[in-house]
Write a protein that binds this ligand. Sequence first.
Ligand SMILES: NC(=O)c1ccc[n+]([C@@H]2O[C@H](COP(=O)([O-])OP(=O)(O)OC[C@H]3O[C@@H](n4cnc5c(N)ncnc54)[C@H](O)[C@@H]3O)[C@@H](O)[C@H]2O)c1
Length: 397
Amino acid sequence: MVRALLLESLHPQASTILAGAGVTPVEHRGALDEDELVAALAGVAVLGIRSKTQVTERVLAHAPDLQAVGAFCIGTNQVDLEAAAARGIPVFNAPFSNTRSVVELAIAEIIALTRRLTVKDTTLHAGVWDKSSEGSHEVRGRTLGIVGYGNIGSQLSVVAEALGMSVLYYDTAEKLALGNARRAPDLESLLRHSDVVTLHVDGRSGNAGFFGVEQLSAMREGAIFLNLSRGFVLDHDALADALARGHLSGAAVDVFPHEPKARGDAFTSPLRGLPNVILTPHIGGSTEEAQEDIGRFVATKLRDYLRTGSTSLSVNLPAVALDRVPGTARLAHLHHNVPGVLATVNSVLAEHGVNVDGQLLTTRGAYGYAVTDVGALTPAVLDALRAMPETVRLSVV
Ligand SMILES: NC(=O)c1ccc[n+]([C@@H]2O[C@H](COP(=O)([O-])OP(=O)(O)OC[C@H]3O[C@@H](n4cnc5c(N)ncnc54)[C@H](O)[C@@H]3O)[C@@H](O)[C@H]2O)c1
């Protein structure tokens, strides 16, 4: 019986998909600490977690039955990816499942801020009837400047254009412009020409504090600023100052350099209490639709790995996906990436009279992964392949 341990209240899609593949899911509402996890992993082939469970080197060293890990979230910092790779354990996540959710929040905020909705709402709740059009605008015809034209930035571009916005983008990498969006030659030019500037850059270390006094000052007088990417990319004091001085007319911030750990914890920020500023507790990707898609996406990757050895979209192993030659056995061989391994594998097979019906090899850093469809296998073949000094893990799937 193949067992999966699913922690941190994963979406029901996860257990449904794994059970459909003959895996027995055991679910647990919360995260487990290191000792609890070591004990719980005995006899477990698949581990499903979210962001709170730490899968350390020690956990992996004490989990000889573990075959794959699913991080049912976007980030994978909670897993020791190198230690998992060294044991031939692929780790899968869901990098795109909440893209649309972030885009919709950004659109909602762009409209709300351009229309000064939060100010009107607060004033009316305070019992004051402030009917005026001053400072309120349509988004149609205004220019949106997108910094970081990746998954989220490019999808936002399409939706913003559908609302009649004109889109400029800036990305350090070469990116295809979608629709009528135009690439800005540099960040300064984008800032100078945009009514709304929104950050969607990734979390590489070089982006720490990259948007500060200089960039905020280069924005148009009265412009609006959004950050739904990473907290550490922005100088929050500089943003608070630009808003307080009236240089910017509004802002929305979803991510912070130091975010409270638990629901209900206190939150401090220089942005608190400023008018026409929307603050949200890192919920850009937090929708029920995104959770369902994460459950489906990661569970499907785990299922495919168990069934076919496919490591496609794994974050730590070479990616191989090979159509199965019908009626064959499949060898999934993770090995150290040194010259001659495939030749040795094939000569072992030939020496034992085993014909190769299909084969694919990919490498990634220190590891190579070869999937080979063959006719009948004998224990002697498997022993010979396992005995190769380059072999990290050999499975028959
Ligand atoms: N608020 C949330 O809940 C939430 C949810 C999902 C993702 N995110 C964050 O949103 C960001 C974007 O996600 P994504 O999936 O679109 O990432 P992505 O990797 O697809 O795109 C990031 C883009 O930014 C570009 N880039 C990096 N540094 C840059 C810089 N200094 N200037 C210009 N371009 C730069 C990259 O070349 C890339 O095209 C990430 O930081 C991610 O962590 C936040």
